[in-house]
Design a protein around this ligand. Structure first.
Ligand code: IPE
Ligand code: IPE
Ligand code: MG
Ligand code: MG
Ligand code: MG
Length: 311
């Protein structure tokens, strides 16, 4: 247990206090992100300000927490993966900045704040996203970070993140999502978009945690399966919250999908059937972890959190 971060958050008999676990891990990630953001003195001060603005606006940090939890599940040291987990959060934050642009979802609110382009202008928002994306890969490839991770695993992690955030991952999904606007799609097509635009990065976060912890291949396979089911549950829930959750809690505009005429799970099968589908996906995610011991309990809690969250 000494290898893992959250001794706070664990009770004596291996039960975890999940609320405390989330709190401690979020804080750890926020602290690390703060140390990673290039200081004003070494980069454009404007870029420092805009990167800090979006990164430190209070996201849930689900993807980096999943990376840490996957490393713990595989018996590894969560601290080893921490800078890499933060790099994943940078890629995610970049995706949100670009997703909100007028040319995409055209949203004005993100993480409870006006969106990057509203504050800094569109050009700067595009560049801030670009900066976060490239900086993430600098962290992953820099000898300053993750030096405990063997070179071949580091290379594999870089490939995982590039693949998941790129053409056959998040960007590919965002392209399909953009193209799908105003179109009536079938459930399979929506599931494919969800898997690419959201599922791939979630799955990669978990795989990266496993790879950094030198998990065995069969464990990485199981973690991948867990991640794929979790990704679908997460985006279905996002679609439901878009319709149901108050803007003040979500920190992003309500009914964005309706305004943009997006095909979503709730628009195709209704809210109740969507909730059921999300729950089934969580159950499948949990089944994928059957061979893991109590060290995977945070991943189990995170699966339920994905659909029970209020934002
Ligand atoms: C929002 O992700 C974008 C989707 C893929 C649905 P999150 O809901 O994880 O956003 P933050 O990071 O908490 O702001
Ligand atoms: C976005 O999906 C997924 C990304 C890759 C950013 P959404 O467009 O539904 O995400 P929100 O609702 O704006 O956070
Ligand atoms: Mg979108
Ligand atoms: Mg959006
Ligand atoms: Mg959404």
């Amino acid at each position: 247990m000494t290898k893992n971060l959250p001794n706070r958050g664990k009770t004596g008999d291996n039960q975890i206090d999940f609320a405390e676990y989330l709190k401690v891990h979020r804080q750890t990630i926020n602290d690390c992100l703060l140390t990673l953001i290039p200081p004003e003195s070494t980069s454009s001060p404007a870029l420092h300000t805009s990167m800090h603005y979006s990164l430190m606006a209070g996201g849930k940090r689900l993807r980096p927490i999943l990376a840490l939890a996957a490393a713990e599940a595989a018996g590894g040291d969560a601290r080893t993966v921490l800078p890499f987990a933060c790099a994943i959060e940078m890629v995610h934050t970049y995706s949100l900045i670009h997703d909100d642009l007028p040319a995409m979802d055209n949203d004005d609110l993100r993480r409870g704040r006006p969106t990057s382009h509203k504050v800094f202008g569109e050009g700067m928002a595009i560049l801030t996203g670009d900066a976060l994306l490239t900086y993430a890969f600098l962290i992953l490839s820099s000898p300053h970070y993750g030096s405990d991770i063997p070179f071949h695993n580091r290379l594999r992690i870089i490939e995982e993140l590039a693949h998941a955030s790129g053409i056959e991952g998040m960007i590919g999904g965002q392209v399909l999502d953009l193209d799908a606007q105003n179109k009536s799609l079938g459930l399979d097509e929506v599931a494919r978009i969800h898997s690419l635009k959201t599922g791939c990065l979630i799955k990669a976060s978990i795989r990266i945690g496993g790879i950094a912890a030198e998990a065995r291949e069969n464990e990485i396979e199981a973690l991948s399966e867990y991640g794929a089911h979790l990704g679908l549950a997460f985006q279905i829930t996002d679609d439901i919250l878009d319709l149901e959750a108050p803007e003040e809690i979500m920190g992003k505009p309500k009914n964005s999908d309706l305004v943009n005429k997006k095909a979503t799970y709730p628009t195709i099968i209704g809210i109740e059937a969507s909730k059921k589908k999300a729950q089934e996906s969580v159950e499948k995610a949990l089944s994928s972890l059957y061979a893991f011991d109590h060290q995977a309990d945070p991943l189990r809690h995170l699966a339920w959190y994905t659909i029970k969250r209020e934002k």
